[in-house]
Design a protein around this ligand. Structure first.
Ligand code: ES4
Ligand code: ZN
Length: 326
C-alpha cells in the first residue's frame, strides 16, 4: 500500500491541536486587512522566514504576537473553520481542539467573542463536513493560578460548549502542581482534564509524576519522557491513559521527533496517539504527522491503524458516540 494515502484516508481523531496554531500566513494577512492592522512582514515568505524555531521559547515568541489579528468572533470562526476543512482532508472525523482564551482576554478581546466564534465553527463542521468537533480550554501556565481560576469561572456559562480543560505554554518553573486547585475545581464542574508535560530536561519526569499521582488527569499531552520511569508507564497502561504525541512539533521544539519513545509506548500497549500541535507553524497537519513518524520509525499500515484506534479510545467522546467510530 501507499502508506501516505493510507495515512490520509485513515479515519482518525485529533486530540492535540491548538486552534491558534492553525493560523496560516494567508489567513493572517486577510484578518489583518479586515481589522486594519499593519503587519511587520509583508509577504507569506517573509512570515515563514520568522518560523525559525529552535526551542519552545523561540516558538512562543512568534506564536503569541501573531494572535493580534484575531479580534472578532468572526475571526475566531474563520480560523477554526479553515482548520476544520484541512482536518477533514486529513481523515479527521473527530477533533478536540485547544484554545487559549487568556492569550485573547489579556489583550482586551472578550471571552464570549472567542468562545462563540470557535463554537460556531465547531457546529458548522458537524453540519457541513460531518466532522465532530469539541473545544478544550487551555490555561496558560506562565500566568498565575489565580488568573487561570478566574478564566475557569468565566467559562462556566459556556460549559456545554467546552469538553475539558488543559494546560499549555511555557512549562519551565510552571509545574502541574501550581494548578492543582484550578484542576480540582474543573473536575468538580465536570470537565475532563489534560496537561502538557514536555520539558526536555531533568524534571519532566517529575511533572509527569505530578499529573498522574497528584492531579489525576484524564490524558497527558506529549508526556513521552514517561519512558524514563517503567513504574509510571505501567500505571499509565493500567489506567488506559491517553498520550497525545506530536512528532513534527517535537522535531522543532526538541530537535527530535521522539520516535523511539513514541514507538516504545505503542509496543508496550500504552494508549499513545499522533497529532499535529501547531500545524501552521510546524508545517504538517495530522496525517503528515502519521507519515513522518512512520518514515522515521519504520511503522507499517497496521501500526498506523492502531494509532488511529487509540485516538478514538483516548478521546472524550461518550461511549455511545465512540462506538460509531471504532
Ligand atoms: C504549544 Cl508546542 C507548545 N508548547 C506549549 N504550549 C503551546 N501552545 C501552543 N503550542
Ligand atoms: Zn501543544
Amino acid at each position: 500500500v501507499d502508506l501516505r494515502a493510507f495515512a490520509y484516508g485513515l479515519p482518525k481523531a485529533e486530540l492535540h491541536l491548538h486552534l491558534e496554531g492553525t493560523l496560516e500566513p494567508e489567513l493572517k494577512f486577510a484578518l489583518a486587512a479586515r481589522n486594519g492592522i499593519a503587519l511587520a512582514e509583508k509577504t507569506v515568505e517573509a512570515v515563514k522566514a520568522t518560523y525559525d524555531f529552535t526551542d519552545l521559547t523561540s516558538f512562543l515568541a512568534v506564536y503569541y504576537p501573531a494572535m493580534e489579528v484575531l479580534q472578532t468572533a468572526d475571526d475566531f470562526h474563520d480560523l477554526a473553520w479553515a482548520y476544520l476543512q484541512r482536518a477533514k482532508a486529513n481523515g479527521v472525523v473527530h477533533v478536540e481542539m485547544f484554545f487559549d482564551p487568556q492569550a485573547h482576554t489579556s489583550r482586551g478581546v472578550p471571552f464570549a467573542d472567542v468562545v462563540t466564534g470557535y463554537r460556531r465553527a465547531a457546529v458548522r463542521a458537524q453540519d457541513e463536513l460531518g466532522v465532530s468537533a469539541e473545544l478544550i480550554l487551555c490555561f496558560l501556565r506562565d500566568f498565575t493560578a489565580e488568573h487561570a481560576m478566574s478564566t475557569l469561572m468565566e467559562a462556566l456559562p459556556y460549559k456545554a460548549w467546552i469538553v475539558g480543560v488543559g494546560l499549555d505554554s511555557d512549562e519551565r518553573d510552571n509545574p502541574p502542581a501550581k494548578f492543582a486547585a484550578v484542576f480540582a475545581r474543573a473536575k468538580a464542574e465536570g470537565f475532563f482534564t489534560t496537561m502538557h508535560c514536555d520539558i526536555d530536561q531533568k524534571g519532566s519526569i517529575e511533572h509527569i509524576r505530578q499529573v498522574l499521582e497528584e492531579i489525576g488527569v484524564d490524558r497527558v499531552d506529549h508526556g513521552t519522557n514517561i519512558v524514563e520511569d517503567p513504574a509510571l508507564v505501567a500505571l499509565a497502561k493500567e489506567r488506559g491513559l491517553g498520550f497525545t504525541t506530536c512528532p513534527v512539533s517535537n522535531s522543532f521544539v526538541t530537535e527530535q521527533m521522539k520516535s523511539d519513545e513514541i514507538v516504545s509506548l505503542l509496543r508496550e500497549g500504552v494508549r499513545v496517539t499522533v497529532n499535529s500541535d501547531d500545524p501552521a507553524y510546524f508545517g504538517g497537519y495530522v496525517a503528515d504527522n502519521y507519515v513522518a513518524l512512520a518514515e522515521q520509525a519504520g511503522l507499517d499500515a497496521g501500526d498506523l491503524a492502531r494509532l488511529a484506534v487509540n485516538s478514538f479510545e483516548a478521546s472524550w467522546l461518550t461511549p455511545a458516540r465512540r462506538a460509531a467510530f471504532v
